[in-house]
Every structure is written in structure tokens, then in C-alpha cells.
Design a protein around this ligand. Structure first.
Ligand code: ZN
Length: 275
């Protein structure tokens, strides 16, 4: 047990205190600085942040694609609206690409008008991304051109040292480039968030600690807001077409309430390199 030992916050170096043991048997510590309020679990194993994936990555990717394709399309519209360089081939980096369902959706739509680098530390992804015309890389040093947008969807909470990793991403971006980040919000009670449900989560950011991470790594502060584009997968369209308009309306209201409750448990937004 580490309840009585002094632990340092990995974001700001302040003293951190044990607050509870999560349902994944991880000891959760909370940073004592009121400017940070970061939550984290100390790393005990070197690969603790790597997300467990099934051996059949293709099956998992296809299932995710089916479930999230509509959401991914909305995300692409959001990114295109945000991008300042609209001419020429868009250059993306899917950082922590996982089973790559997001990038597969993007590539299917943008075709040769995009170049998408995909990177993940999980050894299972070897040679997987190139099957889908995505540029498979093992390190960001392989990127020889400037990137318009890096997306890190549910990734930063898995990183051993978020500040130093974010620093390495800064020089990859072009002068108008951005990073899109989403991460589950850390809270003092585990039943108020799903952040603590995943075995490989190391960090549980507060609004302050995520912005402090960005400040320390040379990025602008995120103005957190509710993005409808990040909504979960819609109900199966076939089921919806079979029910009456009245029921559809009721369902829509219920879903929007549930989705809203889920989404306020996430920190989402764009950040840019500070000039
Ligand atoms: Zn801290």
C-alpha cells in the first residue's frame, strides 16, 4: 500500500494524496495543488498504459467501424470546419490509433485527398494500418512533413508522461496545425465517471490539469465545450424506422439526455502550439 507515502503529481510535481482504490484495484492519488487537481495511478508495470486488445484486431476494427462510422463522419466534419489549411492533401496523425476505425472512416471519404499517419505502442498493430491505405509508423521521427491535425481520441490518459509526449508532438504541426484531444474526466468519486473503469488508464485529468499539461508542453489552453459530434453511436436505423414518430421523439429526448450526461464526463477540445 502506498497510502502513507508521499507521491508527486506527474503533471506539476506537487504532493499527491491517496484518495481511493478503484474497482480495477488501482490506487488513485490526487494532486494537492489547487492549480492542478490531477488524478493518477502510479505506474507499477512498464506496459501498464497499453490498452489490451483481442488477437483478432481486424474483427474488433470492423465492429468498431460499424458502430462508430456515423459518429466518425460527424467528427470529420468538425475537423474540416476547424482546419485552416483547406487546400491540398490533408495531413493527419492518428496518435494512439488503436484499431483505427476513426482513420478508416476518414480515408474512405477523403481518399487521395488525405495522408493519415497511424501510430500505436501496442505491438499487435504491426502491419495492420497499411492494409487500409493508412501510413503505418512506429515512431513520430518517421514523419517528414508538417501535419495539419493530430487527433488523440481517448489516448492522453494512457501516456506514461503526458507533458514530455505532448512536447514531441509540437514540432510536427504546421503553423496553423492543431491537436484534438478527448479524455474522460477525473473525479473524486469513481461512480461519477467511467474514467476509472479501464485497466490501462494512468491519468484522470481535471479541467485544470489537462490545461496545465498543455501549457507546460507549449500549447494553448482548451476551451472545453460540449461537442455534439462526439455523441455515441445512434440507435440502429432499422429499429428506428419501424417505430412511430411519437416514440421516435421520446427516444430522441431520452438519448440526448443520456448522451449529455455521458459527455460532460469528458474533456474535449482543440489546442494549438503557442507562438
Ligand atoms: Zn498536479
Amino acid at each position: 500500500m502506498i497510502e502513507n507515502t508521499i507521491n508527486k503529481c506527474p503533471i506539476c510535481d506537487s504532493k499527491a494524496n491517496y484518495i481511493f482504490t478503484s474497482k480495477r484495484e488501482k490506487e488513485i492519488l490526487h494532486c494537492s495543488s489547487s492549480l492542478c487537481e490531477h488524478f493518477f495511478t502510479p505506474m507499477i508495470k512498464s506496459d501498464q498504459g497499453i490498452c489490451l486488445r483481442p488477437d483478432d484486431l481486424e474483427k474488433e476494427s470492423n465492429e468498431s467501424l460499424e458502430m462508430f462510422n456515423d459518429r466518425n463522419l460527424k467528427l470529420l466534419s468538425l475537423f474540416k470546419k476547424h482546419l485552416k489549411n483547406k487546400n491540398g492533401v490533408l495531413k493527419f496523425l492518428d496518435f494512439g490509433a488503436g484499431n483505427a476505425h476513426i482513420s478508416r472512416t476518414f480515408k474512405k471519404i477523403l481518399k487521395d485527398n488525405c495522408l493519415i499517419y497511424c501510430l500505436d505502442t501496442n505491438p499487435l498493430v504491426k502491419d495492420f494500418y497499411s492494409k487500409y491505405q493508412l501510413k503505418q509508423i512506429e515512431s513520430t521521427t518517421e514523419i517528414k512533413e508538417k501535419i495539419d491535425l493530430i487527433y488523440m481520441v481517448e489516448v492522453i490518459e494512457h501516456l506514461e508522461d503526458p507533458v514530455s509526449t505532448m512536447k514531441t508532438l509540437r514540432p510536427l504541426l504546421n503553423s496553423n496545425g492543431s491537436i484534438f484531444i478527448s479524455t474522460p474526466l477525473g473525479k473524486k468519486k469513481q461512480n461519477l465517471t467511467n474514467a476509472y473503469d479501464t485497466e490501462s488508464h494512468l491519468h484522470f485529468f481535471s479541467e485544470k490539469s489537462l490545461n496545465l499539461t498543455l501549457k507546460k508542453s507549449g500549447f494553448s489552453q482548451i476551451k472545453y465545450k460540449f461537442y455534439t459530434e462526439m455523441h455515441g453511436p445512434p440507435l440502429n436505423k432499422k429499429i428506428i424506422s419501424k417505430i412511430s414518430n411519437f416514440l421516435k421523439l421520446i427516444l430522441k429526448i431520452i438519448i440526448s439526455k443520456i448522451t449529455f450526461l455521458k459527455t460532460i464526463n469528458h474533456l474535449v477540445g482543440f489546442t494549438n502550439p503557442e507562438k
